[in-house]
Design a protein around this ligand. Structure first.
Ligand code: C5P
Length: 299
């Protein structure tokens, strides 16, 4: 018996970051959106726990963390421990979400693993318990379960769905080399020693989403990690300028980067911007719409 679960990449439409808390995490006020770039995870019954990964052409297989501390296996063990059962099964993950790209690819896999194990092992875990286990695995994992568009508070793990009737068009340009999330947060600390305790409010983005007007959302997009990410990788700033010159309404670093996403006014606008960026030598250019569902069973 086996089960396949799909989980989506996320972008942050708003990422307000405050001064680091005593536990080292930064307080966030963020708006996540799940967009149509996916990893699919298949779990097949087996005596032992194992993991194989297959990656899309645009992903370097060596960049995918393997071994016992892969987040998929950690998710399986955490759920098993919660129920006092033994973790078992063969995982196969097919990755299309850029690795270490600021799009929560690892978090998506963890969320998919929780859903797959819960089903295959017939555990019927409550939503609250699944969300708590997800938060223990990483700040973005609860959102990867919930999907759609949602506000995240705390360190990002306290997620409330946002009513989003828009159909937003995005172009995403991954980088060949990832960027470490802790490094970007550390650089934020260095550049912003005066960061406020309370992060910048997500209200302007929430109002723009409600308007369903791409031009308004483009104006409201906000990412406090963009400055440190671009300072570490100046070429990201050039990429943002290029995409905006090629017709995108607005370009922005996704989360802690280095993936850059562009909001476009329509499907046609997204195709044109993507074509221009590919023509300018950016080998991998993805288009996607959002919002899409969180981790869900395919078959
Ligand atoms: O929660 P997660 O494991 O995804 O976080 C990875 C790292 O990112 C943390 O160890 C921390 O350095 C940084 N982080 C942070 N503040 C947050 C979320 C993540 O400083 N709100």
């Amino acid at each position: 018996m086996s089960i396949t679960v799909r989980a989506a990449a996320k972008i942050n439409l708003h990422l307000g970051v405050g001064r680091a808390r005593d536990d080292g995490f930064h307080p966030l006020d963020t708006v996540y959106q799940a967009i149509g770039i996916h990893d699919d995870l298949t779990l097949t019954q087996a005596d032992r726990l194992s993991l194989t990964t297959r990656v899309a052409d645009h992903i370097d297989p060596a960049a995918v963390p393997d071994g016992a501390d892969n987040i998929v296996l950690r998710a399986a063990r955490a759920l098993a421990a919660h129920h006092g059962v033994t973790a078992s099964g063969a995982f196969e993950v097919r990755k299309d979400i850029p690795v270490a790209g600021g799009m929560a690819g690892g978090s998506a896999d963890a969320a998919a693993a929780l859903v797959a194990c819960d089903r295959l092992w017939d555990l019927h875990t409550s939503d609250d318990d699944l969300l708590a286990l997800a938060a223990g695995l990483g700040s973005d994992v609860p959102f990867s379960l919930v999907g759609g568009t949602a506000r995240g508070l705390g360190r990002g793990e306290l997620v409330t769905p946002v009513d989003d009737g828009g159909a937003w068009w995005w172009v995403a340009v991954p980088s060949t080399a990832g960027l470490s999330t802790p490094d970007v947060y550390r650089h934020f600390d260095a550049l912003r020693p005066d960061a406020p305790e309370v992060p910048a409010s997500a209200e302007p983005v929430l109002a723009a989403l409600a308007s369903r007007e791409p031009v308004r959302l483009a104006r409201a997009l906000h990412n406090d990690l963009q400055e440190p990410a671009v300072d570490l990788r100046p070429e990201l700033g050039d990429l943002i300028d290029l995409g905006e010159a090629e017709g995108a309404l607005r370009g922005m670093v996704s989360g802690s980067g280095p993936t850059v996403v562009f909001l476009c006014d329509s499907a046609e606008g997204a195709r044109e911007t993507a074509g221009a960026l590919a023509g300018a030598g950016h080998g991998v250019v993805l288009t996607a719409t959002g919002p899409v569902a969180g981790a869900h069973v395919l078959a």
